[in-house]
Design a protein around this ligand. Sequence first.
Ligand code: NAD
Ligand code: UD1
Length: 329
Amino acid sequence: MKVLVTGGLGYIGSHTVVELLENGDEVIIIDNLVNSKLEVLEKIKKITGKNATFYQYDLCDYSKVSEVFEKERPDAVIHFAGLKAVGESVSKPLTYYENNLLSTINLLKCMAKYNVKKIVFSSSATVYGKPKTLPIREDASLHTTNPYGTTKLMIENILTDLYNSDSSFDITILRYFNPIGSHKSGLLGENPNGIPNNLMPYVVRVARGELPVLNIFGDDYPTIDGTGVRDYIHVLDLAHGHILALNNKIHGLKIYNLGTGKGTSVLELVKMFEKVNNVKVNYQIVKRRDGDIAECYASSDKAKNELGFTCKYTLEDMCLDSYNYHDAN
Ligand code: NAD
Ligand code: UD1
């Protein structure tokens, strides 16, 4: 299959491109490098021995997207591109709405024009807001609490309306839980600029002595040890979920959670990280972070039953691989 991967040099996109190339698929990438580096392209080649065709274009520029469709005529699209920092989306809402929505609309217009009907879209567990029941099923109520999350929900709605207008579209919405970990080669991973907001990159930097202490946001939640519980999923398992979604025999509009179905607390993750990497992670308990929820983990039954999706990697692997990437870089 010839697959157009938007945001293919980013964290999840790059891991997925590797798996596509290893499966023998042809890959076209559009990425404007707003949150990634060109060197990732070389690393993908180093891992796979294969080339992906790369266009450094902004998806907000319709003429550029159209040019790629005209030239490449892809069979399917995986749409990762988007801005994803929750805090930044609160301070720059228009930037988020413009980038995430306009890029998607341009892409969908080109898909319609060039008769490309298959798309897999990166949504997020953030669309569930504060869950009423756990584990979270795909039919749970949706509610967002920040502009980033709202762009994801709006795009889900756009895709649903598009499907309702033309049922020859084959649309898969994947709601990711908390991706961590990195490629086994140590060449690909996540290394955010500045001080990380998310737990794993922060833990890694404290373990390396680059940051003095991990602030654990609250130990008074109604959870196993009082700290927040999340469903961490290895990025390689997540990447594999996209391959399954592309090859799904069920056509139409489908929504799947991609998580392990297992909740892990902040303290459990920190202890596991210390154990498998034989390092110390200094931490202190501070007050809860605004907007945080106590617990969030997926029901992964639907993805398992319809896609055959299961997770190969454990929390140990996630902790080892996250540190390994940082070590190697
Ligand atoms: P990332 O920032 O590493 O990758 C996104 C890529 O998209 C980057 O390479 C960036 O340069 C590119 N991009 C952004 N806007 C663009 C535009 N207008 N034109 C062209 N390229 C553009 O993010 P990621 O962690 O790999 O996430 C991929 C997708 O998954 C995003 O849509 C994100 O919202 C979603 N998601 C991520 C997480 C997570 O925790 N990482 C969780 C749930 C959902
Ligand atoms: C983040 C995103 C959310 C996205 C989700 C899955 C934010 C604010 N939210 O949420 O939109 O859907 O990932 O990718 O970025 N923690 C600490 N100390 C830290 C950092 C985090 O104790 O320095 C705790 C948090 O309180 C939480 C857990 O670690 O309990 C995970 O936090 P984080 O990695 O930020 O993910 P989410 O809060 O799930």
